[in-house]
Design a protein around this ligand. Structure first.
Ligand SMILES: [Zn+2]
Length: 266
């Protein structure tokens, strides 16, 4: 594994204070859940443990809000009490494609494979390891043009497909892909849709996903620092061109990676 010194690592010194509350479907609600000199509160959403970190003498919970939720109010459990958090409306772009059926249909053998892989991927994305986390600010895993296609709702021949749950970053095949934050490699594989993939667990239910890689440069169980190279940009899996699909998950739900990337890097 190669380590690259990055000027942008200094950005990791920024902490949650710089992260605004962004409570929309696919966003992150930042909630003050108590003084940091008290025990770490147990925070849950939909029964799942939620990331909690210290910031400015407070415990702050970062709750991933599902893309498919209706705007309104969600309930967060903080210890024995319930907190209401209001979720703002946000409209995501719709894309309607009309394609020959043979390009949409998937064989039974492929469906079986997709089902097996889905279990492995879901297990990795739903992990929760209760290790302390100082900041959820991330660095861009690859330099390149970032699309704003998170949340894009796609229809093939009027049939709804799963919304796009990540950020696509265009770059040429072979460009190094960096771990966006320190963590442990918890899954690597060559999957039907995602192609060659690496999944990194950063602790507290914060997971990052790197897809369509040309090559994987790490092994499961390996510890990575932010900025460590984990593979190369590629076009494996179901893609039309070389790019990195970068996904971020909190409490098992996909959130918009743009929220966690430092904007000042541009
Ligand atoms: Zn993508």
């Amino acid at each position: 594994m190669i380590r690259i010194a990055l000027v942008s690592l200094a950005l990791l010194a920024l902490n949650a204070e710089a992260l605004a509350d962004d409570a929309r479907p696919g966003g992150i609600a930042m909630i003050d859940v108590g003084a940091a000199n008290e025990a770490q509160p147990n925070v849950r959403y939909n029964g799942k443990p939620v990331l909690v970190m210290q910031d400015g003498g407070r415990w702050i919970a970062a709750v991933g809000i599902p893309l498919d939720i209706e705007p309104g109010t969600i309930e967060i459990d903080v210890g024995d009490e319930r907190r209401s958090v209001s979720v703002q409306e946000h409209s995501y772009v719709e894309q309607r494609l009309f394609v020959d059926r043979k390009y949409v249909a998937v064989s039974q053998a492929s469906l079986d494979r997709i089902g097996r892989e889905r279990k492995i991927i879901d297990a990795a994305l739903n992990r929760f390891v209760d290790t302390p986390i100082e900041s959820i600010r991330m660095l861009a895993p690859v330099d390149g043009r970032r699309s704003s296609s998170f949340g894009l709702r796609r229809f093939f021949n009027d049939e709804p497909r799963a919304p796009h749950k990540g950020m696509d970053i265009a770059a040429v095949v072979g460009t190094p892909v960096l771990s966006a934050l320190a963590g442990e490699v918890v899954a690597t594989g060559d999957y039907y849709f995602n192609g060659q993939t690496v999944i990194v667990d950063h602790g507290q239910g914060l997971i990052s996903l790197y897809c369509h890689l040309n090559a994987i440069g790490v092994e499961e169980g390996e510890h990575l620092e932010a900025g460590d190279v984990l593979g190369e940009v590629g076009k494996t899996g179901r893609v039309t061109g070389a790019h990195l699909h970068f996904g971020i998950y909190l409490n098992g739900t996909a959130v918009d990676p743009a929220i966690l990337l430092a904007a000042v890097e541009e």
